[in-house]
Design a binder for this molecule. Structure first.
Ligand code: BDP
Length: 685
């Protein structure tokens, strides 16, 4: 087993588990229902074996429109909506039956995956009454894939898009990819990097995207493209990309028309503008709203959307980069077209192991705000550190913006419930590549999985999702599931401990972001350095975002901001994100800040030891090949966690000037040694 089967392994259930072979009633012949039927056959055959002729149990799948039998059952399908499904135990023709029904074919496919997952996770299937519909409309992956098949911040090999052979040859992996995504309900994919090339919008490349769209269509997945804002100049022969210029507007309209001719269900454009050197409307004195609306007008008539990223920070460096997204977008609330989604990263800096929720959530009630999570682990140890991101996503989604009083969670902002928004979105920066295991490591598959599940239901529990994933991917044996789910649930906090405890952030190596680099200083921009964020000095450590400092807390709802600013209220997990404190500041534990910091770094290392031990005990339940890879990766993680701890402690001790707490080992190398390490060809830059 090399992990290629993901969570769709369909290995036989144990004898005596109570599942019986079941026949499948005839299914209408549409592209999606054909796939649904094939999946059901494949799953049932693998899990419980083929049904004998005349089996006394039957499964009925379809829509009222495609199946008179289902129409005849008169099911309450309204609750299933456009993409949801209903699964019911019933009696049909005197036989005991399971009905998987939906209003549209895609709902049937989703329902089939759900039904199979019930068996995979060993839940009873005899008495079902399930109705499920996604709470978020656009559930998307963002690929940061370049046209030369490198992947920005990708740690799973090359891009799975073999652009060179497209559109003539469609690798079978594309269908496998679509199938895996459909099993989670993901319904959109942005094919190319947000740091986009205009070339991807030229005829030959539109044809390549079109070939992928053809493969994805029956799986309910729409294709989107990242658009480079200056494309009118680069491929349109114009002198400007000013969104107010009629020729520029005409270029984008014609471009949209051209794309929709090839891809009639094209999803739309994702845009990174005026951020990290990318072109954008501000280059012409226009605003983000001007830029987004121009593109929205081009794709709107075709039913397309524009997803405009709020990850911006300008060339004039403000006092605090964390404030910039809010500063640039909040004033334009209500000025974006209905088919624009503003895609906001979970936190205000950049996908750190921990960030407080982004202050834009809840602050733009008259705009569509979408969530952007990172699935690829740019800041959490690449592919070789085991970090289950479910708790990170859940922590953000459950955070209370208090925008409309208590209970105004981020989940309710992005599922549209809080402000009555219809166009809702959640995106994940993909961790998929040509690696046999798809994601660079077996446990990184869980991050793709949990992202998809939370995009369907942002209120779901990351622990429950971890349990489903572990059962389906490895083994449903409770002796395996219990310890491994605990291991997964603690893994992200362990990474926080050894990398950036107590609210520290952005302490990694320059550019490649591999390993510790708390000493990173100088260069192009202060806010690309570690020292800017830690603000360590003889007086203490931490970034003061209270009114005495950058006052970033003022961007939150008053009650939330007041809590962050108040040392008696702020959670210690966010302490140094919001406060600059003396080394002798007393933590809740009674330790000084310096002692608590060191203790947490060490706790992180111990956490990896514990994961290694647990995983070792799991050998009886896991095939040798996957067990060995996880074991090897945990050894890498152990070594690197120690390195993070030692390098960070050495560096910060130069400021704290205090001894290590009793029992803490001295770093084995000098600070010079850690600072001298270099990593040419670190992956994913
Ligand atoms: C940062 C990455 C950079 C991306 C950027 C983005 O380091 O590679 O281009 O985010 O989101 O996390 O645009």
């Amino acid at each position: 087993e090399d992990g290629h089967d993901l969570w769709l392994r369909y290995r036989p259930v144990e004898a005596g588990a109570g599942y019986v072979p079941t026949a499948i009633a005839p299914v209408a012949d549409t592209p999606t229902l054909r796939i649904a039927r094939a999946e059901l056959e494949r799953g049932l055959r693998g899990l419980v074996g083929a049904a004998p002729a005349g089996a006394d149990r039957v499964i009925l799948i379809g829509t009222p429109a495609s199946s008179p039998a289902i129409a005849g059952l008169d099911l309450p399908l309204k609750a299933a909506g456009e993409e949801g499904y209903l699964i019911r135990s019933a009696t049909f023709d005197g036989r005991s039956a399971t009905v998987i029904a939906a209003n549209r074919d895609i709902g049937v496919l989703y329902g089939v995956f759900r039904y199979l997952s019930l068996i995979q996770t060993r839940q009873p299937v005899d008495n079902l009454a399930i109705v499920s519909a996604p709470k978020i409309k656009l559930r998307m992956l963002n690929h940061w894939d370049n046209l030369d098949r490198t992947v920005e911040r990708g740690y799973a090999g090359q891009s799975i898009w073999d652009w060179w052979k497209l559109p003539d040859y469609a690798d079978p992996r594309y269908a496998d990819y679509a199938r895996a995504n459909a099993s989670l309900g993901i319904n959109g994919t942005v094919l190319n990097n947000v740091n986009a090339k205009a070339l991807s919008l030229t005829g030959p490349w539109i044809a390549k995207a079109g070939a992928l769209a053809t493969v994805f269509r029956p799986y309910g997945i729409r294709v989107y493209l990242s658009a480079r804002f200056s494309a009118p100049i680069e491929i349109g022969g114009l002198k400007t990309a000013d969104p107010r210029d009629p020729a520029v507007r005409a270029f984008w309209k014609a471009k949209a028309d051209e794309i929709y001719k090839v891809i009639p269900d094209f999803g739309g454009f994702l845009v990174k503008a005026n951020s990290e050197g990318q072109p954008g409307p501000q280059d012409y004195g226009a605003t983000h709203a001007d830029g987004a609306n121009m593109l929205a007008d081009a794709v709107g008539p075709h039913g397309g959307v524009v997803i405009w990223r709020a990850f911006v920070y300008s060339h004039e460096q403000p006092d605090d980069r964390a404030k910039q997204g809010y500063a640039e977008f909040k004033p334009f609330d209500g000025q974006f077209r209905d088919n624009v989604v503003i895609q906001v990263k979970n936190g205000a800096i950049d996908f750190q192991p921990r960030e407080p929720f982004h202050p834009l959530f809840g602050a733009m009630p008259k705009s569509n705000l979408g969530m952007e999570f990172q699935i690829t682990k740019e800041y959490l140890g690449f592919a070789t550190h085991l970090a289950y991101l479910g708790p990170l996503y859940e922590e953000t989604l459950r955070a209370d913006t208090q925008a409309r009083g208590k209970g105004s969670t981020v989940a309710r902002v992005i599922d549209g419930d809080l402000d009555g928004r219809k166009l809702t979105a959640m995106a994940g920066v993909a961790n998929i590549g040509t690696d046999r295991s798809w994601s660079g490591s077996h446990f990184d598959q869980a991050n793709w999985y949990v992202f998809g599940r939370l995009a369907w239901d942002p209120d779901a529990s990351s622990r429950d999702i971890a349990a489903d994933w572990a059962k389906m991917t490895f083994s449903p044996d409770p002796r395996f599931v219990g310890p491994v789910v605990d291991l997964m649930m603690g893994s992200r906090e362990t990474v926080v401990d050894y990398m950036t405890p107590l609210g520290l952030h952005h302490q990694m190596g320059r550019s490649h972001h591999y390993g510790p680099g708390p000493w990173v200083a100088g260069g192009e921009r202060a806010d690309w350095t570690s020292v800017y964020y830690a603000m360590a000095g003889p007086d203490g450590i931490g970034f003061d975002r209270t009114a005495r400092g950058s006052n970033a807390v003022a961007q939150y709802a008053p009650a939330v901001g007041a809590c962050f600013a108040d040392l008696r209220c702020v959670d210690e997990k966010d302490l140094l994100w919001f406060h600059h404190l003396p080394w002798d500041y007393r933590l809740k534990s009674g330790q000084t800040l310096w002692e608590g910091l060191v203790t947490r770094y060490s706790r992180g290392v111990a956490g990896v030891d514990a994961m290694g031990k647990t995983w070792g005990d799991m050998a009886p339940y896991v095939d040798a090949e996957r067990h060995a890879q996880v074991t090897a990766f945990l050894k890498i993680q152990r070594r690197e966690a120690q390195w993070w701890r030692d390098a960070s402690v050495s560096w910060f001790q130069t400021f704290s000037q205090r001894p290590l707490p009793a029992g803490e080992a001295l770093p084995p190398q000098s600070l010079d040694y850690y600072q001298g390490l270099s990593f040419p060809y670190a992956p994913g830059i």
